[in-house]
Design a binder for this molecule. Structure first.
Ligand code: FES
Length: 499
């Protein structure tokens, strides 16, 4: 039998320790994962991202060649190791170092999607035979976070909220890494992780339902991107990771989750998923008689334009710029604000170059350190978004003669919610003429799931609005557009083009 040792894990909370049984020959990362500790890992344990770093206190295993190449000698002597490489052979103590996740706020608020007090009372019953006290559950499974709400069906009152980081993060922070992990034989673990997180939420809601005198939840609606949906349902992710990026199933899917009839909301493509459909649904954009833009900016930037029911969508990889994981342990909105300030002060030039003496070390602004890499990440992300808006407007104007100027821009998700509008315009993420049209709409994916869950209770046919959205939606491949490279490169600079 393999020899077993104990790893004592010290977390960031002072005085908190865990003792994990570890089999000699395995990596520390494997043991941490199996114990439910979410360590970020961008490279799936290839030893290239450095995100899984831990520090050994006292005894530390000999560093591998890869670790010698990645970690400075001083830090190696101080016990720093990559947990995906480190294989201790005797009892040891490690400190977890990852900090940026502590800054991730799970957004549940939304400014849209309210449908308070639906239905009508007839002898105490409402549409669909609902009585007061009936409840539904809405779930938003994001790549980074999970948010769930328990609602009283008829009034829409939020009775309880459950949030957590998506535990699949230990297999990679973006969808590309999750797809790879799913295809590398980890699909079942990934499915179980997300389902376990949902079960925890349901257990919490079970007690809240008792406290709020609610009946067992009648329905659950789940909104998520296509990859999260595939992992939840146990579909193969193989085809999501390679051209032509064909999903296994993105139709509205009814299934049973822990005894509750659940609906996984439909998506549009591999890159424009049910979270975006839920967002459009929450904002009622399939009915809007005005021209609008909808932006959901994360590691994948989803963008849509529409008017009078017609919807045009696209998506672009935006990298880590909008997320809470840049160098210097900062959040996306913080970095946008800091970079905007540095541009104003002339410390960053138009090409994005940080002036000396800050080029090597970075510069501190409002307690956060901005590095040259942070600036490059923002440049690439904003170029992708601006190119997306450029082609959305161009294509929509060509195909819709009654196209009018944009009247409203909905910013979905946490980045848009916490982002400073003026700073976003100054760095060139948002065209200046759209600044006063911006609305931070919050977690529209959760809002859409709430609306869908409540409508499901009335009549399943009410879900047909989701089909209307999908039926009227056209998706185009941004990177395949003629002139894409030219437009993208021009938007990389901190100057305004085309507008
Ligand atoms: S270095 Fe990337 S997971 Fe360890």
């Amino acid at each position: 039998m393999s020899e077993q040792i104990t790893i004592t894990v010290q977390t960031k909370k002072a005085g908190e320790e865990m003792h994990l049984l570890h089999t000699v020959g395995r990596t520390v990362l494997e043991t941490l994962r199996e114990s439910g500790i979410e360590l970020p890992s961008l490279c799936s344990g290839m030893g290239t991202c450095g995100r899984c770093m831990v520090r050994f206190i006292g005894y530390a295993p000999l560093p591998s060649q890869t670790e010698r190449g990645r970690i400075e000698p001083d830090r190696l002597r101080e016990g720093y190791r990559l947990s995906c490489m480190a294989k201790p052979v005797k009892n040891c103590v490690i400190q977890l170092l990852f900090k940026s996740e502590e800054k991730i706020k799970v957004l549940t608020e939304s400014t849209v999607g309210s449908m308070e007090g639906m239905g009508r009372e007839e002898d105490g019953d409402y549409y669909g035979g609902l009585k007061q006290g009936s409840s539904v559950i809405a779930v938003d499974i994001g790549t980074t976070t999970i948010a769930m709400r328990l609602l009283e069906t008829v009034s829409g009152r939020v009775c309880d909220t459950y949030t957590c980081l998506n535990p699949q993060r230990s297999y990679g922070t973006d969808v590309v890494e999750r797809i790879r992990a799913g295809s590398d034989g980890k699909a079942q673990q990934l499915q179980e992780l997300v389902r376990e997180a949902m079960r925890k939420g349901m257990n919490q809601f079970f007690q809240s339902a008792v406290n709020n005198k609610l009946c067992k939840s009648k329905r659950m609606a789940i909104a998520c991107n296509t990859t999260m949906g595939h992992l939840l349902m146990g579909y193969s992710t193989d085809t999501l990771g390679k051209s032509p990026f064909t999903p296994v199933n993105i139709a509205l899917t009814m299934f049973d989750f822990e005894g509750v009839p659940a609906a996984l909301l439909p998506g549009i493509s591999a890159f424009v998923g049910g979270d975006i459909v839920a967002g459009l649904y929450a904002c009622d954009l399939h009915k809007a008689q005005k021209t609008w833009i909808f932006l959901d900016l994360g590691t994948n930037a989803e963008m849509a334009i529409g008017n009078g029911g017609r919807i045009l969508c696209t998506a672009a990889a935006a990298g880590p710029a909008f997320e809470g994981k840049g160098e210097g342990n900062t959040t996306g909105p913080e970095r946008i604000e800091a970079i905007s300030h540095l541009l104003k002060e002339g410390i960053i030039d138009e090409t994005g170059l940080l002036q000396e003496p800050y080029f090597e070390s970075g510069i501190e602004v409002n307690d956060i350190c901005v590095t040259q890499k942070d600036i490059r990440d923002i440049q690439m992300a904003k170029a992708a978004v601006r190119a997306g808006i450029h082609f959305l407007e161009e294509k929509f104007a060509v195909s819709m003669p009654e196209y009018r100027p944009i009247e409203k821009v909905y910013l979905a998700g946490g980045f848009g919610f916490y982002m400073d509008k003026e700073a976003a315009v100054r760095v060139g993420l948002i065209p200046p003429e759209l600044e006063d049209k911006l609305e931070a709409a919050g977690n529209t994916s959760l809002a859409g799931a709430e609306k869908a869950a409540r409508k499901m209770c009335m009549d399943i046919k009410e879900m047909r609005e989701l089909d209307d959205i999908i039926g009227n939606c056209e998706v185009f491949n941004l990177a395949a557009q003629e002139d894409f490279d030219k437009v993208y490169i021009e938007y990389m600079n901190f100057v305004r083009f085309y507008k």
